[in-house]
Design a protein around this ligand. Structure first.
Ligand code: GLV
Length: 306
């Protein structure tokens, strides 16, 4: 069994060592290898041409948490698809979402504006117990973020397509319960997968169901957000601020209104990144599960798109 790796070379060097220790064949695109021996591919966005050269391919492993970059329609039906679930990605997302939620909770966007204008403008504190934070997407990352926010005492809720139960979190499911969820989120965090159903889900219709002056954190995908809707809601004060890490396209084009918007804090898709060592070990554990005929962690239902 051999894995073909086509991603960041620095991470590849670490993976090569770990795969050697585990006695699993490992090849990078530049290595001499027999394409017919490749059963596993670890990649971010492999070309259709590359996949066509791998007749024995069984599993396509995403290097990242998302799989929306794959062209599923052009992937042979029998190839299984697995997203990356590993502690490094989870830790990064927990840090970023907590940082962003605390920033919004503690009015840092308004304090930043006042600072730049030279105004001394105290804002009355709202206790965490009176701040309602809602997470859309209750997968591994959404649940980890809620778990990290819980000790602060925030009032937490979560929404997902299918019913979930998360300790200490008021959970909502499906389109029918979305309005009830949205009306209770002072801070909304998007951690959904990008699918045909979730593209554009952060739009005027949903964002105007949030309480007056609510704030948004988007760490899902740029495609979740209808940018013009957010801009107009920020400009008329309906939404008070946004922390955005993902954009469509990336990089965000020069001159885009987000760059200089006083009520947007943006970062260049850095909320969370795959950590080389823990990702290699998570992937190897999945290969072992697959070889034993067991279910892989993070396997995607291809028809569902996540
Ligand atoms: C990053 O966005 C990832 O999918 O890991």
């Amino acid at each position: 069994m051999t894995l073909l790796y086509t991603s960041d070379p620095a991470r590849g060097r670490i993976w090569r060592g770990i795969f050697a220790d585990e006695a699993i064949g490992f090849a990078e695109a530049g290595d001499a290898h027999d394409p017919a021996s490749i059963r596993y591919l670890a990649a971010w966005n492999p070309s259709v041409e590359l996949i066509a050269t791998l007749p024995a391919l069984e599993v396509l492993f995403s290097i990242g948490a998302g799989i929306d970059q794959f062209d599923m329609g052009r992937l042979p039906d029998h190839v299984r698809v697995v997203r990356m679930i590993e502690p490094g990605i989870t830790q990064g997302m927990v840090e970023y979402a907590t940082m962003a939620a605390l920033m919004l909770h503690r009015n840092m966007i308004d304090h930043g504006i006042a600072q730049r204008e030279g105004r001394w403008a105290p804002i009355k504190l709202v206790p965490a117990s009176e701040r309602r934070i809602g997470v859309m997407g209750l997968g591994n990352l959404g649940q980890a973020v809620l778990g990290a926010l819980r000790p602060f005492g925030f009032a937490l809720s979560g929404w997902s397509r299918s019913r979930h139960a998360v300790e200490g979190v008021d959970c909502f499911a499906g389109a029918a319960e979305m309005p009830a969820f949205l009306t209770g989120c002072d801070i909304l965090i998007c951690l959904l997968p990008l699918t045909d159903d979730t593209r554009g889900i952060l739009c005027r219709e949903t964002l105007t169901q949030l309480p007056q002056s609510a704030a948004l954190i988007n760490v899902g995908r740029g495609g979740h957000l209808v940018e013009q809707d957010l801009l107009s809601l920020l400009d008329d004060g309906r939404i008070s601020g946004a922390v955005l890490d993902v954009f469509d396209p990336e990089p965000l084009p020069a001159g885009h209104a987000f760059w200089a918007h006083p009520r947007i804090v943006m970062t260049p898709h850095v909320a969370s990144m795959t950590r080389a060592d823990s990702a290699a070990r998570a992937l190897i554990a999945n290969i072992r599960r697959h070889e034993a005929g067991a279910a892989m962690d993070g396997e995607v239902a291809r028809s569902r798109g996540y």
